[in-house]
Design a protein around this ligand. Structure first.
Ligand code: SAH
Length: 492
C-alpha cells in the first residue's frame, strides 16, 4: 500500500488500542501509527515522527477528545522514566485492558473461543477441536483481572543503576564542581542516561530508604560510579530486597572489580543507617555488558539469605535467586494455581520451572508428591532448603532443563496427575509440550507472564487433547504493561 503520511505531517487520529508498552494505536487510512501517551477511545492530534513500511510513530500534540479513563500520573518522573507505562490510565481501566490483552492473544494466536467475546476481526470460526458434541464452540472463561486494593509501593526488589551526575531531579542541585557526584535512579526512557531519583512509587518504602542511604554514604566516602563508556569507576548497581512479612533487608553492591575502598566503614555505616539489614552482599561484574550481575557473589556481612513468608510458608532467598517481586499478588496467583490443580491429597504433581520451589511447596501441602525442576542449580539448592525449613517432606527437586529432565522422569516411570508450568517469557520448550501430551496428566495448570507465548502453547496442548477451561489474569505489576495469568486445562 502507499503510505498515507510523511515525517512531520500533522494528523488527527482515533486511538483504537494500546500496546503493552503503553503506546496508543491509531490508524490513518489503514496505516498504523503508535502514539506514546494516547489512550484507547481518545481522539488525538499528532505529529508523525518516523515512517516505516508497515507502521510508524507519532508524537501526541493535543488531545481532541480525552478518555474518561485518563488520570494525572501520580509520579513526578513518570514521563522521563521508562519503568511504568500505564500511570496515565486509571487503575480500574488498567485491569480491564490487561484482561482484554489476554483475550486478544487467546483469540488471535491461540484460536480459542472466549465467552462473551464478540466474534470480531480476530476471532475464527469453530473447528472440530473447538466444538462440543452439539457442534457448539466450547468457550473459555476469562475472569476479570485480580487487582490490588493498594496498587502502589508493591515491589520487594529494586535494582538501581548508579552514575555520576548533577544532583537529584526532585530537589535540584547546585551547578559547579559539586555537580559531579554519585547518583542513582533510572535510565531515561529509551536511553542509557541515568537520572537521579529519590522515590519510586511502586517500590516498598524501605527500598527507597536503602538506596538513598547507600548513595549518601557512597558520596561521603568518595565512591565512584561505573562509567559504561570508559569501563572505569566502581559501583554499577545497588540491589535491595525486603521481605514484606519479615521486614528483613538484603543489600547487594554490584561492583566493577573486587576491591571496595573503605569497605569496613561502608558496611558499618549501612548497618547503622538500616537497622533491619540482615545481609550485605557484593557481586563482582567487570564485563562490558548490560547484564546487571556478574558470576562472583561474596558475602560482606551477615547472612547470605533473607527470609520472607508467603501464605505461612517460609522462604530463604539468596542474592541471585528468582523470587516474585510483588508478594501480595504472588499469594493470589499461587492460591489460584493450587485451586486449579484440584488436589485431594494423593496426587503426583510436577512443577516445571519451579525456581526456589515456591509453587511446589504451596502444592505439596495438598498433594501426595511434588517433583520440581528448574535450570538454575542455586535455586534448586534454595528449594531443597525451603522444603526442609517448612518440614515439607513430599517434595523432590532436580536441577536441569525441564524439557530434558521431565522426559527422563517419564522413562523412569513417574506418572503425574497434574503438571504445573511457569516458564519465562519465551514460553515452554516444544519438547516439554510434547512430553506433557505423552504423559497425559488429568490437568495442566499454566502460569504465564507473556500472553502471546501462552496462547501459542495453549494451541499446541489443545491440538494434543486438552481443553482450556478458565483463565485468571492477576495484576502482578500495576502501572506497567506486564500481564500475568494462570490457566486451567483439562484432558478432553
Ligand atoms: N515458579 C517460580 C519461578 C518462575 S520464573 C516462581 O514463581 O517463583 C521461571 C523460572 O524458569 C526461572 O527460575 C528460570 O531460571 C527457569 N527456567 C528457565 N528456563 C528453564 C528451562 N528450560 N528448564 C527449567 N527451568 C527453566
Amino acid at each position: 500500500m502507499t503510505i498515507p503520511v510523511s515525517k512531520n505531517d500533522i494528523a488527527d487520529l482515533d486511538i483504537i488500542g494500546m500496546t503493552h508498552d503503553g503506546e496508543g494505536v491509531g490508524r490513518v487510512e489503514g496505516y498504523t501509527l503508535f502514539v506514546q501517551g494516547a489512550l484507547p477511545g481518545e481522539r488525538a492530534r499528532v505529529k508523525v515522527l518516523k515512517v516505516k513500511k508497515q507502521y510508524g510513530y507519532a508524537k501526541l500534540l493535543e488531545l481532541l477528545e480525552a478518555s474518561p479513563d485518563r488520570v494525572e500520573a501520580p509520579c513526578g518522573i513518570y514521563k522521563q522514566c521508562g519503568g511504568c507505562q500505564l500511570q496515565h490510565m486509571g487503575y480500574a481501566a488498567q485491569l480491564r485492558w490487561k484482561r482484554q490483552h489476554v483475550v486478544d492473544n487467546l483469540v488471535r494466536i491461540g484460536k480459542l473461543h472466549v465467552a462473551g467475546q464478540e466474534a470480531g476481526a480476530g476471532a475464527v470460526a469453530a473447528d472440530a477441536d473447538g466444538a462440543d458434541n452439539a457442534g457448539n464452540a466450547v468457550e473459555v472463561i476469562v475472569h476479570p483481572t485480580i487487582g490490588m486494593d493498594e496498587p502502589w509501593r508493591y515491589r520487594n526488589k529494586a535494582q538501581v543503576p548508579m552514575g555520576m551526575g548533577p544532583g537529584t531531579l526532585v530537589t535540584g542541585a547546585a551547578d559547579g564542581p559539586e555537580s559531579q557526584r554519585l547518583i542513582g535512579g533510572f535510565y531515561a526512557r529509551g536511553s542509557h542516561r541515568i537520572i537521579d531519583m529519590d522515590s519510586c512509587l511502586i517500590q516498598h518504602q524501605h527500598n527507597d530508604d536503602v538506596i538513598a542511604h547507600v548513595k549518601a554514604i557512597g558520596r561521603e566516602l568518595g565512591i565512584t560510579a561505573y562509567d559504561e563508556e570508559t569501563g572505569r569507576g566502581l559501583l554499577r548497581h545497588v540491589m535491595t530486597r525486603v521481605g514484606f512479612v519479615t521486614g528483613e533487608i538484603m543489600v547487594v553492591l554490584i561492583t566493577n572489580g573486587q576491591r571496595i575502598p573503605n569497605a569496613e566503614r561502608w558496611i558499618e555505616r549501612i548497618r547503622e543507617g538500616i537497622p533491619n539489614v540482615k545481609s550485605i552482599v557484593q557481586n563482582v561484574n567487570t564485563r562490558k555488558t548490560n547484564v546487571i550481575f556478574g558470576d562472583e557473589t561474596r558475602l560482606l556481612w551477615g547472612s547470605d539469605v533473607i527470609y520472607d513468608e508467603l501464605d505461612g510458608i517460609r522462604f530463604a532467598i539468596s542474592a541471585r535467586s528468582f523470587y516474585q517481586v510483588n508478594p501480595v499478588q504472588t499469594v493470589a496467583l499461587y492460591r489460584k494455581a493450587v485451586e486449579y490443580a484440584g488436589l485431594t491429597g494423593s496426587e503426583n504433581v510436577i512443577d516445571a520451572y519451579c525456581g526456589i520451589g515456591t509453587i511446589s511447596l504451596f502444592l505439596a501441602r495438598q498433594a501426595g508428591h511434588v517433583y520440581g525442576v528448574e535450570i538454575v542449580a542455586e535455586a534448586i539448592e534454595d528449594a531443597r532448603r525451603n522444603a526442609a525449613l517448612n518440614g515439607i517432606e513430599n517434595a523432590d527437586f532436580e536441577a536441569g532443563a525441564a524439557e530434558i529432565v521431565i522426559p527422563r522422569w517419564r522413562k523412569e516411570g513417574i506418572v503425574p496427575d497434574i503438571i504445573v508450568v511457569d516458564p519465562p517469557r519465551k514460553g515452554c520448550d516444544p519438547a516439554l509440550l510434547e512430553t506433557i501430551l505423552a504423559m497425559k496428566p488429568r490437568r495442566v495448570v499454566y502460569v504465564s507472564c507473556n500472553p502471546s507465548t501462552l496462547a501459542r502453547d495453549l494451541r499446541v496442548l489443545e491440538d494434543g487433547g486438552y481443553r482450556t477451561v478458565e483463565v485468571q489474569p492477576v495484576d502482578m505489576f500495576p502501572h506497567t504493561g506486564h500481564v500475568e495469568s494462570v490457566i486451567l486445562m483439562v484432558r478432553k
